[in-house]
Design a protein around this ligand. Structure first.
Ligand SMILES: NC(=O)c1ccc[n+]([C@@H]2O[C@H](COP(=O)([O-])OP(=O)(O)OC[C@H]3O[C@@H](n4cnc5c(N)ncnc54)[C@H](OP(=O)(O)O)[C@@H]3O)[C@@H](O)[C@H]2O)c1
Length: 329
C-alpha cells in the first residue's frame, strides 16, 4: 500500500453540524516507523466524535484547533486488518485482525478506509471468535467506564448504581462491574430494561417511571454514565465512604471542583479521573471480550456514505450502546 494511494473518508474542514461532513477521496495516511497501517472495516460514531465535530464544549478548540480542526477525519474506534508495519514494529504483522482506539491525542482517523496507528497506543488483536463488527466498538465507552470504575476500586459484592445503563459508557460499566463481582443496579428507559438486565444488572430502574434518587437504598459507588444527576442529589444514596462519578462536568463544572474538595476529606467523595489511553487497558478489555464477560452493545450500522445520518442519530441521544460505520459501504 503506497502512501500516494487514495481512500474514501468522512472529512470535515470546519467545525459544525453533521452536514459539514463530506465523504471524499483523500490520500491514504503514511505509516511511520512505529505505526501500523490498518485497512479499516468498521468504525464507530460516538459522543466524543460529536463533541469534536461541533467543537462543543468550546475548550475542545484548544486541543483540536482554534479556528478549524487540525485533523480532518474523525472516528476514534476502528477494526480491520494490518496491511503495513513501520520498520520498528515487532508486535504486529501484516494480516493481523486488530481493533483500536485513537482519539485527539493521536489525531483520530477511524472513519476512513485506512488509518495509521501508533503501536504504543490502544491497539490489540481481535480474539479469534469475535467479528470485526463486535470488536470495533470495544474500546471507547468501555475505557471511559473502566476509568471511573478503577478510580473507585470496585470489587466483589460492592453495591453500585449505573445511571444510563444503555449508553456506550453505561452499558460497558454495567458489564465490567458485573464481571468484577459487584451487585449492579442500573437506570434506563422503559424500552431497554430487559436488555440492561441481560448485561448483568440485578435490579433495573425505569427513569421514565421512577426517580432513582428517591430509592430506599445505599451504594458504594454511583456512576452517572450520562451525566444527568448531581452529587448533591445523590449524596444521601452513598454509603459513608461512597463515591460519586459522572461522565459530565456537571452544572458550573462542579464535578472536577467537588473532586478536589471531597477527596482529601475521606468521607463521601466525588471522583473525576482524567482518562488515560493505555495499551494495557485495551489488553484487559480485549481479554474480557475474549472470555465473554464484556460484549459491546450495538445499536445499528450505517454506511460511510450515510455518515451525516449516523452523527444525527448519535446526537439525538436515542442510540443505545454503539453506532457502527461500515467504511466500505
Ligand atoms: N468524561 C469523558 O471523558 C467522556 C467521554 C465520552 C463521553 N462522555 C459523556 O458521557 C455521556 C455518555 O456518553 P455515551 O456515549 O455513553 O452516551 P449515549 O450512548 O449517547 O447515551 C444514550 C443513552 O442515554 C440514556 N438516557 C437518556 N436520558 C436519560 C436519563 N434521564 N436517565 C438515564 N439514562 C438516560 C438513554 O437511555 P434509554 O435509551 O434507555 O432511554 C440512551 O441509551 C455523554 O454525556 C458524553 O458527552 C464523557
Amino acid at each position: 500500500m503506497e502512501s500516494t494511494s487514495l481512500m474514501r473518508a468522512a472529512c470535515y474542514e470546519n467545525y459544525g453540524s453533521p452536514e459539514v461532513l463530506k465523504v471524499q477521496e483523500v490520500a491514504v495516511p503514511s505509516c511511520a516507523e512505529n505505526d501500523v497501517l490498518v485497512q479499516v472495516k468498521y468504525a464507530t460514531v460516538n459522543r466524543t466524535d460529536c463533541a469534536f465535530l461541533r467543537a462543543d464544549p468550546f475548550a475542545i478548540r484548544f486541543v483540536a484547533g482554534i479556528t478549524k480542526p487540525r485533523s480532518n477525519i474523525l472516528g476514534c474506534e476502528f477494526s480491520g486488518d494490518v496491511v503495513k508495519t513501520g520498520k520498528n514494529v515487532t508486535e504486529f504483522s501484516v494480516g493481523d485482525r486488530v481493533f483500536g482506539f485513537k482519539d485527539e491525542t493521536d489525531g483520530f482517523g477511524g472513519q476512513a478506509q485506512y488509518i495509521s496507528m501508533p503501536v504504543k497506543g490502544m491497539l490489540v488483536k481481535i480474539p479469534e471468535q469475535l467479528t470485526y463488527e463486535q470488536a470495533a466498538p470495544g474500546l471507547e465507552g468501555s475505557h471511559y467506564a473502566l476509568n471511573g470504575i478503577r478510580s473507585a476500586a470496585i470489587g466483589k459484592s460492592q453495591q453500585v448504581l449505573v445511571n444510563g445503563g444503555t449508553g456506550a459508557i453505561g452499558s460497558a460499566a454495567v458489564q465490567l462491574m458485573h464481571a468484577l463481582g459487584a451487585e449492579v443496579t442500573a437506570v434506563c428507559g422503559t424500552a431497554h430494561m430487559e436488555k440492561v438486565a441481560e448485561l448483568g444488572a440485578s435490579k433495573v430502574i425505569d427513569y421514565q417511571q421512577d426517580d432513582f434518587t428517591q430509592l430506599d437504598a445505599t451504594f458504594d459507588f454511583i456512576f452517572d454514565a450520562v451525566g444527568k444527576s448531581t452529587f448533591g442529589k445523590c449524596k444521601h444514596l452513598l454509603k459513608p465512604k461512597g463515591i460519586y462519578h459522572s461522565t459530565e462536568l456537571g452544572p458550573f463544572c462542579q464535578n472536577p471542583l467537588l473532586a478536589l474538595i471531597t477527596r482529601p476529606m475521606g468521607k463521601k467523595q466525588v471522583h473525576f479521573p482524567i482518562p488515560k489511553n493505555l495499551r494495557e487497558d485495551a489488553e484487559y478489555l480485549c481479554s474480557l471480550m475474549q472470555q465473554g464477560l464484556f460484549m459491546p452493545l450495538i445499536d445499528q450500522t450505517f454506511a460511510l456514505s450515510d455518515i451525516t445520518a449516523a452523527y444525527k442519530y448519535v446526537e439525538s441521544g436515542e442510540k443505545i450502546g454503539n453506532v457502527l460505520i461500515d467504511v466500505n459501504a
